[in-house]
Design a protein around this ligand. Structure first.
Ligand SMILES: O=CC(=O)O
Length: 324
């Protein structure tokens, strides 16, 4: 049997280690010659210069900033593969200008993100995390814990009705919620009420779930006016990206009781989380892990590998990034 040396395999550049999103390295290394920049003794720019003329594909984990400066060092690059749904760490405009394709995880994470979004919504309304802390610390007599509020019948506005938003809507319908949405455009195949303005959506709902992409247009889209429109009883859940909400305003609204509560999986400057939130029982926090289960990471791994194989065999990419 012919034994391939890894040098014979197509090169795959990886700049930073994978953290929790480990794409099965054993599977990758059977098919690609992995160039792991962080394991090299060379400074990054020298490492990249060494492979500049040969590297055509890069796997980019969420903390790698793929900006114009980095791309300039990689003149042969033709493909950036992201194992996540969000690509706000990649300069997709510069990639397009340079003829570099970008792929995402497609819908590999959608169901798990949707589960977490609904979990956070229920938790804030029914005070599950706060009740857990209460039982473990202060419970002295039965029945004296403040009542939470019912999810069924709530009007929930979904901001971004793509693959994740649609999974959230499906789940909320089963809970008897009244769903409406805001998106870049109305989807004619959906019957949920559409609001072209997120402010209007907030004014007409009891809770907002943010699951759109972070772009120049959506940065700080949830601002003081939108939070005021959501109102004192309103709840906000964010499983998109932290910077879609003006975090300083959100903290101010929560601390002053000007909105009802929040379930947050993402933050503006991760892993920094505003400490004012820690003392609030109507705020539930999670460490940007809404998407990640062993099952979804495995499915994202398969998509990463399928995109790389398609690229190196000149086949159409499986989940190209679509900026629609
Ligand atoms: O945050 C997770 C993702 O973008 O898939």
């Amino acid at each position: 049997m012919v034994q391939f040396q890894s040098q014979d395999l197509p090169q795959l550049l990886i700049i930073q280690p994978p953290l929790c999103l480990a794409i099965a390295e054993s599977q990758l290394s059977q098919k690609f010659h992995l160039l792991k920049a962080w394991e090299s003794e060379l400074p990054l720019d020298q490492f990249l210069t060494t492979y500049a003329c040969s590297v055509q594909a890069m796997l980019c984990y969420p903390f790698t900033q793929v900006n114009a400066d980095l791309l300039r060092l990689l003149p042969a690059l033709k493909l950036v593969v992201s194992p996540t749904a969000g690509v706000n760490n990649i300069d997709v405009v510069e990639c397009r200008r340079r003829g570099i394709s970008v792929t995402t995880s497609g819908s590999a994470f959608s169901e798990d993100v949707a589960d977490t979004a609904v979990g956070l919504l229920i938790d804030v309304h029914r005070r599950i995390s706060a009740a857990d802390r209460y039982v473990k610390g202060l419970w002295t007599s039965k029945g004296d814990y403040p009542l939470g509020s019912k999810l069924g019948g709530k009007r929930v506005g979904i901001v971004g009705l793509g693959s994740i938003g649609s999974e959230i809507a499906k789940r909320l319908e089963a809970f008897g919620c009244i769903v409406s949405y805001n998106s870049r455009s109305k989807n004619p195949s959906l019957t949920y009420p559409f609001y072209s303005s997120v402010h209007e959506l907030a004014a007409n709902t009891d809770a907002l779930i943010i699951c759109c992409a972070l772009t120049d247009q959506t940065r700080h889209m949830i601002n003081k006016e939108v939070l005021s429109a959501l109102g004192r009883e309103g709840v906000i859940v964010n499983v998109g990206r932290g910077a879609i909400i003006d975090e300083k305003e959100l903290v101010r609204f929560l601390v002053h009781g000007e909105i009802g509560g929040a379930g947050l999986d993402v933050f503006e400057n991760e892993p920094h989380v505003p400490e004012e939130l820690f003392a609030l029982d109507n705020v539930v926090l999670s460490p940007h892990n809404a998407a990640f289960t062993p099952e979804s990471v495995e499915s994202s791994s398969q998509i990463v590998i399928a995109n790389l194989e398609a690229f190196f065999s000149n086949e159409p990419l499986v989940t190209p990034f679509m900026d629609d």
